[in-house]
Design a binder for this molecule. Structure first.
Ligand SMILES: [Zn+2]
Ligand SMILES: [Zn+2]
Length: 250
C-alpha cells in the first residue's frame, strides 16, 4: 500500500541549492535510487510506506489486529511513555535515507524526512495532543558520539518540524550521560537494560508535557529510557514520535 505523502522533493532541492552553492556543481543524489538533483527524489518519496493499521494503540507497533496494548506494552505496569507512534516502515527507500542521514553526513535529508513526521501529526490522536505539548525534545546522543558525528540526527529531524508546527524545541532538557554499547543484536529486555540509566533530564521538564523525537523506534528501549528520565525529573506526560519502525510485525 502506498499512500500519497506531501512531496518533499522541491523543498529539499531548494533547501540544498540555497544552503550549499557547491551542490550546483555537485548536485545531491537521491538516497533511494541515486538519481541526481534530489536528496530524495519524487518517485522514491512516494514509495515511503506509512505504518498504517492495525497497530497497538499505545506504542504504535504494527500488529496482526488492532489492540489497546500489545504484549510488550502489557508487560509494563506504568510505561513511562504515554503514547508512541512511528511515521513510516523502515524499508527501502526510507531505510537508506535514514542510514545516509546518520552515517554519511547527508544532513540535507533531514528536512524531506521530517515531512513524514509532519504528515503523521495530522493523523489522530495527534491533533488532540499537540495543543498540550510544552516542548519537543530530540532523543539525545552522548556528547562524544555527537562530536564524532558533528550533529544529532534526531535534532535535525525535530528542528524543521518545530518550525512548521510552531512548537518549542529544547535540545538541552535531556542529556545522554552514558555511552552504551550498540543496541543491534540485543533483544527487547537486553536493550532496555542497556540504556536504562543512560539519560538525565533537566529540572526544566517538571510539570511539562513533552514530545520526544527519534529516528528509528525498534523495541522502544531508547525512547522509554528517555521518558523514564523525564518522568523522574517530574515531567507530566511524555509522548514519542519516531520516523520509522521495523517493517516486520511483532
Ligand atoms: Zn529516488
Ligand atoms: Zn504496544
Amino acid at each position: 500500500m502506498t499512500t500519497k505523502w506531501l512531496s518533499p522533493s522541491p523543498i529539499s532541492r531548494l533547501h540544498v541549492l540555497g544552503a550549499r552553492g557547491l551542490d550546483l556543481l555537485f548536485p545531491p543524489v537521491c538516497a533511494g535510487c541515486g538519481r541526481a538533483g534530489y536528496a530524495l527524489c519524487p518517485l522514491c518519496a512516494q514509495e515511503v510506506e506509512p505504518v498504517g493499521e492495525p497497530i497497538c494503540a499505545h506504542c504504535g507497533r504494527r500488529q496482526a489486529r488492532a489492540v489497546k496494548r500489545c504484549p510488550l506494552c502489557a508487560s509494563e505496569d506504568e510505561p513511562p511513555l504515554d503514547l508512541v507512534r512511528a511515521a513510516t516502515l523502515h524499508r527501502w527507500p526510507l531505510r537508506e535515507a535514514i542510514h545516509a542521514l546518520k552515517y554519511e553526513g547527508r544532513t540535507e535529508l533531514a528536512q524531506p524526512l521530517a515531512r513524514y513526521l509532519l504528515a503523521t501529526l495530522a493523523i489522530p490522536p495527534w491533533p488532540a495532543i499537540l495543543p498540550r505539548i510544552d516542548a519537543v525534545i530530540p532523543a539525545p546522543l552522548h556528547a562524544r558520539r555527537r562530536a564524532e558525528r558533528g550533529y544529532n540526527q534526531a535534532t535535525l529531524l525535530a528542528r524543521p518540524l518545530c518550525r512548521w508546527m510552531g512548537l518549542p524545541l529544547h535540545t538541552d532538557w535531556l542529556q545522554r550521560t552514558q555511552m552504551t554499547r550498540p543496541q543491534v543484536g540485543l533483544n527487547a529486555h537486553e536493550r532496555r537494560a542497556n540504556v536504562a540509566d543512560a539519560f538525565r533530564a533537566s529540572p526544566a521538564v517538571c510539570g511539562k508535557t513533552l514530545l520526544l523525537i527519534d529516528d528509528v523506534y525498534t523495541t522502544g528501549a531508547t525512547m522509554t529510557a528517555c521518558a523514564a528520565a523525564a518522568k523522574a525529573a517530574g515531567a507530566r506526560l511524555v509522548y514519542g514520535l519516531a520516523l520509522a519502525q521495523p517493517a516486520s510485525r511483532n
